[in-house]
Design a protein around this ligand. Sequence first.
Ligand code: PLP
Length: 383
Amino acid sequence: MHHASRIEISESALKNNLRFIRKSIGAQTKFSSVIKGNAYGHGISTYLPLAERLGVNHFSVFSADEAWYAFEAKKESTELMIMGMVEDEAIDWAIANDISLYIFDFERTEAVLTAAKKRNKKARLHLEIETGLHRTGFDQKHLRKIARFIDANKDYLELEGVCTHYAGGESIGNYHRIMSQIKTYHERLDELKKIGVAPKFRHTACSAPSLRYPETIMDMVRIGILQYGFWPSRETYIDYSVNHNVKSDPLKRVISWKSTIMSLKDVSVGQYVSYGTSFQASRDMCIATIPVGYCHGFSRSLSNLGRVLVGGRRASVIGLVNMNMIIIDVTNFKDVKKGDEVVLVGKQKSNSISLSSFSDLSNKLNYESLVRLPKDIPRVVVS
Ligand SMILES: *Cc1c(COP(=O)(O)O)cnc(C)c1O
């Protein structure tokens, strides 16, 4: 099939980021690569095998449907963990394929036990503890009961991990809340220990806490955004670079998004370009059409604002972003021709378009802009 654009996944960038993460979490800690949201837009089926080749052997997803895509792409020995939604119908599949599951309520745990008995196979569980995020997780008052329940059924339920999630480690505004969560987590662990429960993996840290609160790095970490080469927030980057005295970004973006020039055309001074009257040529111009529009995730709010790279130079989006096309000004671009590469996000020669500038020139999180990249744009690995 032919596509109007493609997403490139850089192997060397990923290698760099994995090395960075390994350095910060230490040699002993297990690294779980979080690939929810279609691997943050990078494409599970492309990203997972590449990460595997670079030594990653544990992946975390949000839901059973994501786990299915990951399962299809992975090697047999690679482990999977579902951190969120599993419909009752998917529990049996997860157990049959040794996929670990978060549990955060009794109903889920009982359903898992029933399925495990039916299949006569142990289910691998990660007990999620409420420490202050107030999303999912067992409260203190239910902790003993669930721990005893798992212990009483240990032929079918294996307590692989005890985990929690922090309420926004990327912002210093949440400092007290995070510190209190760390304390609560350890208190709960002690309570579990007193009744003889000791999990193989204690894990709490995602990207930002792993950098800002190193004590949250325990037996395992669940890292998403950092491995793709993005900071959880600008603040996290500033904090890191000040504390580690780094002068340039140690992370490298893994993703770029590219297309080509579809057609070139001259317009005369005074003519309007594209729908309506939002852009009028103030001189004789040469314009180029790119076959990417808002149906591909190139937001309409970038009309008359967006920038792309052609021949290593920035070109302006002129007029409204259409459903399938954008139009750019290439008047002063010598030698530009049909078929030339256009970079929507990423580098070309010494210039680059960052995801955050592309993200509506707005405050949208990198996380959100990434996961909005449509699934059907082909992902290709480049060196
Ligand atoms: C998304 C998520 C992560 C990874 O978060 P990053 O900030 O991308 O590292 C880890 N744990 C849980 C439970 C998550 O939902």
